[in-house]
Design a protein around this ligand. Structure first.
Ligand code: F0G
Length: 448
């Protein structure tokens, strides 16, 4: 059977609102052509992010009623900690209110001016939090990632030879940690192979550098390994995920992705000394170590979500559904980052809109047009987000977990194909105002 069916039925529904393209034209103007500044009630299908937008299960909602809201020593924390330790094998489990809080604490403890932090590709908040400490964030994707059309099984991998050269030139003492983002979000939601994880671990061990996973989408990455990497066919996603984590000395994690939660994050480490410094900072700004900025009920939702996300029926559907969107637009001429990734499809806007130069933000212009045409919100991952660090001009269509049905996806396909037919008419944008960092969240544009 080829029909993709959602491996769940729907018990509670949330209406979404139709608007006209004339209305959306007004909303766009008011928002300075920045989709972050459009009210969610004016969006029909929201593919801005897969972060915190998950639909929770009956089991998660049930667990939330069990939330122990004790300030210290909450039973919900210990339940969550058991699940995380079983999955990651990591010794210290520090809850945070979301992924970037874990990043801020980690980098504040480990990084300073003169340091360099390599990653396959840093995500926006990761890069910004590293730079905020005065350290430098360096992306080391494999060469194949430069070609959006290359169909590589593990296009999210790090260039291990480049990592060795970087350690040589910077000195191991100036590299406080090496990170791998699984899956590689800024690089197209592409997976990282177990072989690459092991190779990075070998290099870091050789130089005495801690190795961290940015594990936001660990389950999707594990599924790809099971499907594509030799030697993993018979393993469960959980076994594969456990093996991925077994190489890591620590991890940051946003529970807003592969834990099916709406909020939450984790910082884990095997280093006792680092854990003490991190916990001290945690208490200062997030909260006591058994809640870290979260309610007990959030910890319960995370504990259940971390187990549900590894269910093969879910992961099979998840990756098939994303792939369906990708194939159906790509096979009709829309250039996407090939092959389709895990949580999102990325349109190569520079390729789709050759008339719009990079400095006129082709992916932002495409995001605006897709919203104007069909009420679909997506996000630019290109020069607006990363400035000179952008490798590509991508429009990301991120799919919230368990939220939209196959017919929603069909609507998105139809809308994109219609926009593609009129792509010659799309013009670029100019920035009117921008904040000093993470400008994509609040910059305002005008149409050219
Ligand atoms: N690392 C990666 C790879 C991410 O994709 C994100 C968030 C974070 C860290 C930070 O986690 O949001 O909980 O603070 N990515 C979201 C996105 C926002 O849309 O891709 P957070």
């Amino acid at each position: 059977m080829n029909t993709i069916i959602e491996p769940f039925r729907i018990k509670s529904v949330e209406p979404i609102r139709q608007t006209t393209s004339e209305e959306r034209e007004i909303y766009l103007e008011k928002a300075g052509y920045n989709l972050f500044l459009i009210d969610a009630r004016n969006i029909l299908i929201d593919l801005l992010t897969d972060s915190g937008t998950n639909a929770m299960s009956t089991e998660q909602w049930a667990a939330m009623m069990r939330g122990d809201e004790s300030y210290a020593g909450s039973e919900s924390f210990f339940r969550m900690e058991r699940v995380v330790r079983d999955l990651t094998g990591l010794k210290h489990v520090i809850p945070t209110h979301q992924g970037r809080a874990a990043e801020r604490i980690l980098f504040t403890v480990l990084c300073r001016k003169g340091h360099v932090v390599p990653n396959n590709t840093h995500f926006d908040t990761t890069r910004a939090n590293i730079e905020f400490t005065g350290a430098r964030a360096v992306d080391l994707p494999i060469a194949g990632a430069a070609d959006t059309q290359a169909r590589l099984d593990f296009k999210g991998n790090m260039d291990v030879a480049a990592l060795e050269r970087l350690i040589e030139s910077e000195g191991a003492q100036n590299i406080p940690l090496v990170m791998l983002t699984v899956t590689n979000n800024s690089g197209g939601g592409q997976p990282v192979s177990m072989e690459n994880i092991a190779a990075v671990k070998r290099v870091t061990t050789q130089h005495g550098i801690p190795f961290y996973l940015d594990a936001c989408r660990f389950a999707e990455n594990a599924w790809f390994i099971g499907q594509r990497e030799a030697g993993f066919a018979g393993f469960t996603p959980k076994q594969i995920a456990q093996k991925m984590f077994s190489y890591a000395d620590g991890c940051t994690f946003s529970a807003k992705k592969d834990a099916f939660a709406n909020i939450g994050g984790l910082l884990c480490t095997n280093d006792d000394r680092v854990a003490v410094l991190e916990t001290n900072l945690l208490i200062l700004t997030e909260g006591f170590p058994t809640y870290g900025g979260l309610a007990g009920r959030d910890l319960e939702a995370i504990a259940v979500g971390l187990e549900e996300v590894l269910h093969p029926d879910y992961l099979r559907y998840r990756i098939a559904s994303t792939g369906y969107l990708g194939r159906h637009i790509a096979d009709h001429g829309v250039p996407i980052v090939e092959p389709p990734g895990g949580h999102a499809i990325y349109i190569d806007a520079a390729r789709m809109l050759p008339q719009v130069p990079k400095h006129q933000f082709p992916a932002q212009a495409l995001a605006v047009e897709l919203y104007r045409h069909a009420g679909i919100r997506s996000v630019e991952i290109g020069s607006v987000m990363f400035g000179a660090h952008a490798q590509h001009e991508l429009l990301r269509l991120a799919i919230p977990r368990r939220v939209y049905t196959q017919s929603h996806i069909d609507y998105v396909v139809e809308a994109i194909l219609e926009v593609n037919q009129q792509r010659d008419r799309i013009r670029g944008l100019a920035i009117e105002s921008e904040p000093p960092s993470l400008r994509h969240f609040s910059a305002r544009f005008r149409r050219l």
